[in-house]
Ligand binder design. Structure first.
Ligand code: 13P
Length: 256
């Protein structure tokens, strides 16, 4: 049985005051969410603040990106060991916004995964197809290639220390969620690809769904056999919405 994991990706949002209100709202229900893992990923500058707010609780904190470099003349970059140093446990890597807007290739993402693992972080590796790719029936080929690069660079056993997030690009921030069947199909495909390398790793790796998850559609998505929680954008910015999604994930424990 895989423990579901729900992570809030705050993207480019937050102020010290807003973060404090949001985190205290989430923490008010953490005790009822012991069956799942919950984490939030604020912008870099707020990671220490949120780590401080979450101290002594089960709420995890992560970055939204990190450098593949560990130190040196790389202006503007943040090393994964710096995230660990300030108390982060996770790092989102290969998000489609980074791939599309900041030119991150599969090879760069694989290098970042390696650096993050080396620093003791849990990478949340994002994969997913664009609308054009889905309409051209290329979903599986795209996801296969995104995963293959990380397997080639890090080995299959690295996935024992990672989380995967399937995020169809056409569902991100659009209000257009993949149907539970569409999502399940790709999740099963991902697990199958890992299984061809290592059955134990495939069975234990957690695969989150991301893309317009809301309290109203979370239960159906999380009820699918290969969906192990969610990576949440917009709905993670309101404590009540985020908690509604977390509750839906917690409700699946024991029901399967
Ligand atoms: P939305 O939940 O806003 O669609 O964003 C999903 C996402 O990109 C999480 O990483």
């Amino acid at each position: 049985m895989r423990k579901p994991i729900v992570v809030g990706n705050w993207k480019l949002n937050g102020t010290e005051a807003a973060n404090e209100e949001l985190v205290s709202g989430v923490l008010s229900e953490m005790n009822a969410l012991a069956a799942i893992d919950v984490a939030v990923c604020p912008p870099f500058v707020y990671v220490p603040q949120v780590v401080g707010l979450a101290k002594g609780t089960a709420l995890g904190v992560g970055g939204q990106n990190c450098s593949e470099q560990s130190s040196g003349a790389f202006t503007g970059e943040v090393a994964p060991a710096m995230l660990s140093d300030v108390g982060a446990r996770y790092v989102i890597l290969g998000h489609s916004e980074r791939r599309a807007l900041y030119g991150e290739t599969d090879e760069i993402v694989s290098e970042k995964v390696k650096a993050a693992l080396h620093a003791g972080l849990t990478p949340i590796l994002c994969v997913g197809e664009t609308l054009e790719e889905r309409e051209a029936d290329e979903t599986e080929a795209v996801v296969r290639q995104q995963l293959a690069a990380v397997i080639a660079g890090n080995g299959i056993k690295a996935f024992d220390r990672m989380v995967i997030a399937y995020e169809p690009v056409w569902a991100i921030g659009t209000g257009r969620t993949a149907s539970p069947e569409q999502a399940q199909q790709v999740h099963a495909f991902i697990r199958g690809q890992l299984e061809s390398h290592d059955a134990q790793v495939a069975q234990s790796v957690r695969i989150q769904y991301g893309g317009s998850v809301k309290p109203g559609n979370a239960a159906e998505l999380f009820g699918q056999p290969d969906i192990d929680g969610g990576l949440i954008g917009g709905a993670s910015l309101m404590a009540e919405d985020f908690l509604g999604i977390c509750r839906a994930a917690a409700d699946t424990v024991g029901n399967q």
